[in-house]
Write a protein that binds this ligand. Structure first.
Ligand SMILES: [Zn+2]
Length: 281
């Protein structure tokens, strides 16, 4: 955020530079979507290719909740109007500003990266703790040891000693941190607007954690316990994608992409030039 603020200030600064350099400083070709109703509606009004709108949703859903965050007056700037791979996509919201820039890798795939050359999506850990064994897999039906009934278990239970640290599987934002019936002490973490990870039966929470706290991948969020409906110390772990519980041991998770080292300097330079060339305010 600070970095963004800094380069937006840099871009603002260029306004003055732009004024003094009145000659030969061609303006960057760009389109703007002014949000009045919804992204799809306003993009259509601004005559933006639907493929670009899809890209905006795919890329920015890691930083923006399109249902909650988008406000009237927010803007999306699309730099470079030709084709379906604009050279930059910039979101200017009331509370957030996010800018990404195109980069085509060696395999010829074009993706969007922040000014530091990293994709907005994070990498995920395979498992949220060092565990002894998987005590209950993700399955449609399992005989519940306490309820004595057959019910689905759309989670993985990891057996581990009480007090074993539990890590956030990826960078994200705490959604809940509370005691919740059968799950006992539970933490919900949102990773972008599509992924949520859930950690149940914790003996205690990590200090200082509260809803809307930011966490990093591998950060301790709590400790294995047996709170709630549980027969012994284990971590009940769920991975939800668009609200649907996925098998965490099988679901293919995103892996953060980075601009190739050899290209990074050129990439950053290009990104900075784009920001400098835009009159953002
Ligand atoms: Zn479980």
């Amino acid at each position: 955020m600070l970095k963004l603020a800094l380069f937006l200030i840099a871009a603002l600064g260029s306004l003055y530079v732009g004024n003094t350099l009145a000659h030969g400083d061609s303006a960057l070709e760009h389109s703007t979507i002014h949000i009045t109703r919804s992204l799809n509606y306003d993009a259509q009004k601004a005559n933006i290719n639907p493929k670009i709108v899809d890209t905006i949703i795919r890329v920015f859903s890691w930083k923006i909740d399109f249902n909650k965050d988008l406000k009237k007056g927010d803007r999306f700037i699309i730099v470079g109007n030709s084709g379906i791979h604009p050279s930059a996509l910039i979101y200017l919201g009331t509370n957030k500003k996010v800018a990404v820039f195109s980069y085509t890798d060696k395999q010829g795939r074009t993706n969007y990266y922040d000014i530091n050359g990293k994709s907005l999506y994070p990498s995920f850990l395979k498992a949220p703790l060092k565990y002894d064994r998987v005590s209950s897999k993700f399955q449609r039906k399992r005989f519940h040891p306490i309820l004595k009934t057959w019910r689905p278990h759309r989670a993985v239970d990891f057996a581990a000693k009480r007090g074993t640290p539990v890590y956030s599987v990826a960078s994200g934002v705490i959604q809940h941190r509370k005691r919740m019936g059968a799950l006992g002490n539970v933490v919900y973490i949102n990773h972008g607007s599509n992924y949520t990870s859930v950690y149940g039966h914790l003996s205690k929470f990590a200090r200082g954690l509260k809803p809307s706290s930011k966490v990093k991948k591998g950060q301790i969020i709590g400790y294995v316990g047996s709170t709630g409906r549980s027969t012994g110390p284990h971590l009940h772990y769920e991975l939800r994608y668009k609200g649907i519980r996925k098998n965490p041991l099988k679901h293919t998770l995103p892996k953060q992409k980075k601009v190739r080292r050899a290209d990074l300097w050129r990439f950053k330079n290009k990104a900075q030039k784009i920001l400098n060339g835009l009159h953002l305010y």
